[in-house]
Ligand binder design. Structure first.
Ligand code: IZC
Ligand code: ZN
Length: 425
């Protein structure tokens, strides 16, 4: 078999070998590390992973690209399983309010926050939303993200929710980064329904969900289950309706107030519960029992500046599989830099670099139900591979705030070189 790309002499090759399922407890420390590693790619697939020299049955032709991995760390493409990628506008006007001590939920209650992005998204054209999200996707790719989840939820009316999801669909078709879509009409209660939120829940269930399903615009459904936003009961009803239409549940759970979101996520057997800063230990135990993935977003906690962070150590100890995300959004986490979230996960959540890499590869792939195709470097899997200009994984975490990516191979093609996007797409 002829190789198109060979990466050899790799100082640290992180394969994430092991079963295609979420890794828990001590398993999160096993990253399948190979020193002096080698990877061969043909077409869009990995055809060989090993140590030392390439075996003779793999043909090296004149066109085969040989990459020297000396002094480099090679990992599976990073998977970001929680973002609000497609939206209009930005919210830097909230910075002064925040510095004056105004809380995230109070800004929302006053008609700002998510609702100000809703206005900007309703007013933006398809092309404007597309261009803005494309720019963010390029940044994400340069930071090593090869698959990203994207939520709707800045439309809050059927037409704009569909517009957001259609933008994500077209970007998925045209941009190298794979996008997995989530319908999140239940992101905030629009002003018109402030006094009758039940009416809005009805619209989500009876109008939005069937239309999203009919156009096959989303694989998942998510709800912002939070004090003053959607109750546990409303969240349950919305997620059950979405499941009936083929969308798997995710929950924004216990981000700020301990409402019982973790417990609900376990009850509805959600694929993931995200945030969990205020989650109860009982809720975490229920999640562990049901295999619900904890998707933690430490960049958001950092940026909300409340000093509160999710208890990752407790979750890992209890056997909850942990994934990590940027939560890229214009309010609580305006950053596409997953490496920064990885740094916070290590230094603040006390996750080891091995646990961090498990969380952004195989566990995050599981959080998007894509673990059969991505999340590890194994023969037959998709050739989504990152070459970091770092001699080991500890260095990537230690030297923080910068982009360590040297090269990105996506679907077997080199799309980032020397940390910069290559060509137009
Ligand atoms: O726009 O503020 N938490 N949703 C729930 C967000 C943050 C995004 C936003
Ligand atoms: Zn979110």
């Amino acid at each position: 078999m002829k190789a198109d790309i060979v990466i050899e002499n790799i100082s640290q090759l992180v394969t994430m070998e092991g079963p295609d399922r979420p890794r828990i407890k001590e398993e999160m420390k096993n990253i399948g590390l190979i020193e002096n590693g080698i990877v061969a790619i043909a077409g869009d697939k990995i055809i060989f992973v090993g140590e030392g020299k390439i075996p003779s049955y793999i043909e090296i032709g004149k066109e085969t690209i040989i990459i020297d991995g000396a002094g480099k760390t090679v990992t599976p493409g990073l998977v970001d399983p929680h973002t609000h990628l497609v939206h209009g506008g930005s919210r830097e006007n909230e910075l002064a309010m925040k510095l004056n001590g105004m809380k995230y939920l109070d800004i929302l209650k006053a008609g700002g926050g998510i609702l100000s992005t809703v206005k900007a998204t309703q007013n933006a054209s398809f092309e404007e939303l597309y261009k803005k999200a494309e720019k963010s996707l390029n940044t994400m790719l340069e930071f090593g993200i090869t698959t990203v989840e994207a939520k709707s939820g800045y439309g809050l009316n059927t037409e704009t929710e569909l517009k957001q999801l259609r933008v994500a669909k077209e970007l998925n078709e045209k941009h190298p980064v794979d996008i997995v879509s989530t319908f999140m009409g239940a992101h905030a209660v629009p002003k018109e329904y402030k006094d009758n939120p039940e009416k809005f829940v009805e619209i989500i269930i009876n109008d939005m969900i069937p239309k999203v399903a009919e156009e096959r615009l989303a694989e998942f459904c998510d709800v912002f289950c939070e004090e003053g936003v959607f109750t546990v009961d409303q969240t349950r009803r919305i997620l059950n309706a979405a499941r009936e239409h083929g969308m798997l549940p995710k929950v924004h759970a216990d981000e700020i107030e301990p409402l019982g979101g973790a417990e609900l996520a376990a009850e509805v057997e959600a694929v993931s519960a995200d945030h969990l800063v205020a989650a109860s230990e009982a809720g975490m135990k229920m999640m562990a029992e049901k295999g619900v993935i904890a998707d933690l977003l430490p960049a958001t906690s950092f940026n909300l500046a409340s000093g509160k962070f999710a208890d990752a150590r407790k979750m890992i100890e209890l056997g909850v599989p942990v994934a990590l995300s940027t939560d890229y959004n214009p309010g609580s986490s305006p950053t596409e830099n997953l490496q920064l979230a990885m740094y916070f996960a290590s230094l603040i959540l006390r996750m080891t670099p091995e646990e961090v890499f498990t969380a952004v590869t195989i566990n995050s792939a599981c959080s998007l139900r894509k673990e059969k195709a991505i999340g590890s470097i194994r023969k037959g899997k998709k050739a989504d591979i990152i070459i970091f200009d770092s001699p080991n994984i500890n260095y990537i975490i230690y030297h923080f705030g910068i982009n360590h990516v040297d090269m990105v191979v996506k679907n077997g093609k080199i799309v980032v070189e020397k940390g910069r996007k290559k060509g137009a797409f």
